[in-house]
Design a protein around this ligand. Structure first.
Ligand code: KIV
Length: 280
């Protein structure tokens, strides 16, 4: 049955997989119920990304994000999203130790949030774990190229594959996770020709963020697309300047409170009319 025939059902992972090389898959992050409600009708996949540690909590990396934070935000997003495929990111330290640790924590995330699969970072070194998870019913979205959870070994948020000498390791990662069964792979901050090359080579879907329009889909952090925050990485297109809209709304509110113009008659409650016997 096509996705169009199943209007009230969620898009499934096989629905997405069937779109390799066809219409690009639209993905966005969501961390809260109101944002999930706003994006759900427009996207094919909503990801509760561990980027929430930086975007919502002001951490300077994603390392401090916990499983409990991901589950709480996953549950919030589940309440707001009904149609898009729904995945939750595994935080640093919750899956790298062994395939069994990964299965224990990923299955907990799926049970407690109702998500359809998980995302984890890593290439060749995670292939065994991805095989373990996917062969036991856990769909995996892999993540290669720039891996924010590895910034302490890499030394910072750096674009990947801008020199040909670096290509073979990144291609090996993308091929390894695809062969291990990842249904899709995020390619983050990867030089455009390399992202195109990987997309043509691997059998699974590629989802670009700072990669290439030729990937099988694109993802952005929704707050970046909204234009919240004064700075954006090169790969972000700010489709709105919501930060400016909020700033203006708060400025107007503050002025009206100080001038006693808010609340006005429309926002205040009068008394109920008194019963006739009490009237003089
Ligand atoms: O954590 C996140 O939000 C992500 C996506 C941007 C891919 O990893």
């Amino acid at each position: 049955m096509s996705t169009a025939n199943r209007k009230n059902e969620r898009i499934t992972i096989p629905d997405l997989v069937a779109r390799k090389g066809a219409t690009p898959i639209v993905c966005l992050t969501a961390y809260t119920k109101p944002i999930a409600e706003l994006v759900d009708q427009h996207v094919d996949l909503v990801l509760v990304g561990d980027s929430l540690g930086m975007v919502l909590y002001g951490m300077n990396s994603t390392i401090g994000v916990t499983l409990e934070m991901m589950i709480a935000h996953g549950q919030a997003v589940a309440r707001g999203s009904k149609r898009a495929a729904f995945l939750v990111d595994m935080p640093f330290g919750s899956y790298e130790e062994s395939p069994r640790q990964a299965f224990r924590n990923c299955s907990r995330v799926m049970k407690e949030t109702g998500c359809q699969g998980i995302k984890l970072e890593g290439g060749t070194e995670m292939a065994e774990t991805i095989d373990f998870l996917t062969s036991r019913g856990i769909p995996v979205l892999a993540h290669v190229g720039l891996r924010p959870q590895s910034i302490n070994t890499v030394g910072g948020f750096r674009t990947q594959g801008r020199e040909k000498a670096d290509w073979s390791a990144i291609i090996a990662d993308a091929v390894a996770v695809a062969e291990a069964g990842a249904f899709a792979t995020v390619l983050e901050a990867v030089a455009e020709p390399l992202a195109r090359e990987i997309t043509g080579r691997v059998p699974n879907l590629t989802i670009g963020i700072g990669a290439s329009a030729q990937c099988d889909g694109q993802i952005l952090v929704t707050e970046d697309l909204f234009g919240l925050g004064s700075w954006s990485p090169k790969f972000v297109k700010r489709y709105a300047e919501t930060g400016k809209v909020i700033d203006e709304a708060v400025r107007l509110y503050a002025g009206e409170v100080r001038e006693r113009r808010f609340p006005g008659p429309e926002q205040t409650y009068g008394m109920k009319p008194e019963p006739p016997e009490n009237r003089s």
